[in-house]
Every structure is written in structure tokens, then in C-alpha cells.
Design a protein around this ligand. Structure first.
Ligand code: SAH
Length: 363
């Protein structure tokens, strides 16, 4: 285990009352910041300066805003707080994966993961503290959903991983997946605001094509994303294309059935023309028969699709077991025969509980 050094400043346990009452400056838009300065008898462009410090330079405190006078910095300090996340603890896996335990301003913790490959660095970020869904194979589902993350708390996770990527791998972050803790579509507005900031030249200027939002499948919100003409990629955690089986492992499927999900995805594809990726784990005795494979092939037919067969990461009760290689091969063969792109994914960061579905604040 390794401490993050520059990324983990001392954390005050008790906040002073006046700190709690002050407004989070990052809830203000650029325009609101400009107006704030004007109403305080200063120039509007000061608002731009502060905005750049907050977003492009990811400033933790007003002290570092060196192009502002001491008086201005003190005035900001008296009125606002910067509720920046703090990387409390950083763990590195033997395969290079890094897991950050991220402390929020109210002392709640979420986790995010940096996944390095030869050519990429991917950030896997959280969108909620805990999760409101109940996937039976996922460790996060055992944590009650405490609250949604704010846009800046999502943004900060990305900046922290970008810094780590530059420090440890000498390259910037290249991709982002919303596959950490929480269901991103259940925190729709904040996730979209965070992505706006990440992709905007005001923020990190990343291409939306390098961002994937992964959902368990909330049909109404998939339609909304299509209507909102989002430019990022969509992944759906399918795991079974048979209602009975999906409901037994993802109980909310009783409410959001496969036919509703499929219709919403068809709508998504018609509007965006963007290929859909399905996340899929094959478990022994659950979804490992040819019938299961055929149902998946059938489900995928309506639009160009890609299936990621992901390795199961056990979450300690032994109820779920990764299927045999023969069962995986059955999936691969049938999907390929039907011209559906398929990849078999190895887990990363298992030794530090950083792999898919293992994020549960255990460290
Ligand atoms: N709520 C979102 C994003 C978080 S989960 C979603 O469901 O897509 C990220 C991915 O990890 C999902 O595909 C999820 O199904 C998968 N996952 C959850 N638990 C897992 C486990 N124990 N092993 C492997 N993958 C898991």
C-alpha cells in the first residue's frame, strides 16, 4: 500500500460551522462568478480568472490563485469554500492498476480506478456514494446509496487520475468509463454536467468519444440521453437476455424489463447511430447454456453491437462462479458467427479489490 503524497493533504475531521455555511464556489457558472465580482465593485474578468483556476488548474485553495491580490483571495475565502475531493489513500496493484479512496467534503468515501494498458490510461469513476440498484453479484450493491455525487466531485476524480497518469505513466489520461460505484443514469443531471466540463475547452477538453457511460439499463433515461443528443458512448450491463434469469440476478429487471430496455436501445441507436456495447459475465449454472447464447444473439440483432465478456470477480460468498472456458468459447463462437463483435476481458487490479464490481470501500 502506498500513500499518494501530493494528492493526499491532511484531512480535517471536524469542519468549523462557518465552513459548512459558506457556498461551494464551484456550484457557480462562469457568468455567475463574473457577476459576483461586478457586484463587489471589481472587474468581470476576475470571474474568468477564478473560473480558470477552479476548472482548468483544479485549484484546491484560494491561496494558489497568484494572479489575484491578497485582498481578493481573502474576500473569496470569506465567502466561499472549494469542496475539493481528497485522495485519502492510493493502492497500486501488481499489474499497474491504481485504486484511489476518495474522501468527499462530508467525509463520505468513494473509489476510482486508473487502468493502464500499453497505449491507454483509463479512469473508472464513481457517480454515486453506494448504489440504489441491487445486482446480486456486485459488492457496491451492498452499500446503501447515500447520495449522488456533484458534478465537481466526478470531475475531480478524473483530474486526480489524470495527474497520476502523468506522474506514474508519463502520459495524460486517454479514456473515461463510468463503471465505478453507482448507477450513472440515476444521477443523470450531475453526470451530464460533469461530462460537459470534462469535454469542454474550459475544463479538460477531452473528446466525448473517449468517454463511456455504463448503465444497468434504465429505459426512460436511455431515451432521454438519445433526445439530449449526447456524444459519449453507451455500455449496458446486460448479463442475461432472458427476463427470468436477469431478474434473478438483477432484481430491478422486474420493473425495467428486457423488452422495454431493448426498445429504448433501439431508439438510442436510431437517434445516435452509435454502436451499443454490452457488458456480460458468464456464470456457471446461471447463463452458460446455448439457449442463453441464442437469446443474447437475438437481443443484439436490432443494431450494431459489441459484447464484452468480462471475467467475474468473486465477492466472497461463493454463490456466483465464473463459467468454464468451454462456455465462454460457446458465446464467442456464436457471436462471431452472427457478426457481433466480441472481446474477452481479463480483470485488472483484483489484488487490491479494484476490479469491476469489487468497489466497496474495503481498504
Ligand atoms: N451501474 C453501472 C456501472 C457500475 S458497474 C452498471 O451497472 O453498468 C460496472 C460493471 O461491472 C457493470 O457491467 C457490472 O455489471 C459489472 N460488475 C459488477 N459486479 C461485478 C463482479 N463481481 N464481477 C465482474 N463484473 C461485475
Amino acid at each position: 500500500m502506498e500513500k499518494a503524497g501530493f494528492l493526499s493533504p491532511v484531512i480535517p475531521t471536524f469542519k468549523k460551522m462557518e465552513e459548512i455555511k459558506k457556498k461551494d464556489i464551484r456550484a457557480l457558472t462562469r457568468e455567475q462568478l463574473r457577476e459576483f465580482f461586478v457586484s463587489n465593485g471589481d472587474k468581470a474578468f476576475r470571474g474568468n480568472q477564478v473560473y480558470e483556476w477552479l476548472w482548468q488548474k483544479a485549484a484546491y485553495s484560494f491561496d494558489v490563485m497568484t494572479n489575484l491580490s491578497k485582498e481578493t483571495r481573502e474576500m473569496l475565502e470569506a465567502n466561499f469554500v472549494i469542496n475539493h475531493i481528497k485522495v485519502d489513500q492510493m493502492q497500486r496493484s501488481s499489474d499497474g492498476t491504481i485504486k484511489n479512496a476518495v474522501r468527499l467534503h462530508d467525509d463520505l468515501i468513494v473509489e476510482s480506478v486508473l487502468i493502464p494498458t500499453k497505449s491507454r490510461t483509463t479512469a473508472c469513476v464513481s457517480s454515486q456514494v453506494g448504489c440504489s440498484l441491487d445486482c446480486r453479484f456486485c459488492a457496491t450493491s451492498r452499500l446503501k446509496r447515500m447520495r449522488n455525487l456533484n458534478p465537481d466531485e466526478i470531475y475531480d476524480q478524473v483530474v486526480a487520475i489524470d495527474n497520476e497518469s502523468r506522474l506514474y505513466f508519463e502520459r495524460p489520461l486517454s479514456n473515461i468509463v463510468f463503471m465505478g460505484m453507482g448507477e450513472p443514469l440515476m444521477n443523470y443531471n450531475n453526470v451530464l454536467k460533469a461530462i460537459d466540463k470534462i469535454t469542454s475547452p474550459d475544463g479538460l477538453g477531452m473528446s466525448p468519444k473517449r468517454i463511456t457511460v455504463s448503465t444497468s439499463g434504465v429505459p426512460k433515461l436511455i431515451r432521454k440521453m438519445a433526445d439530449d443528443e449526447v456524444k459519449f458512448k453507451l455500455a449496458v450491463s446486460l448479463h442475461s437476455a432472458v427476463d427470468e434469469i436477469r431478474t434473478s440476478i438483477m432484481p430491478f429487471n422486474a420493473k425495467f424489463t428486457l423488452s422495454d430496455l431493448r426498445e429504448s436501445l433501439q431508439y438510442w441507436y436510431e437517434k445516435t447511430r452509435s454502436r451499443i456495447t454490452y457488458e456480460y459475465v458468464v456464470w456457471d449454472g446461471i447463463n452458460d447454456t446455448q439457449k442463453d447464447v441464442d437469446a443474447l444473439v437475438e437481443f443484439c440483432r436490432f443494431a450494431p453491437s459489441k459484447v464484452n465478456l468480462i471475467e467475474y470477480n468473486p465477492i466472497d460468498d461463493g454463490e456466483f462462479k465464473q463459467a468454464s472456458n468451454a462456455a465462454i468459447d460457446r458465446y464467442v463462437n456464436s457471436l462471431e458467427k452472427n457478426n457481433i463483435v466480441v472481446t474477452v476481458r481479463r480483470s485488472r487490479g483484483k489484488d487490491i479489490d479494484a476490479a469491476c464490481g469489487q468497489l466497496a470501500n474495503k481498504s
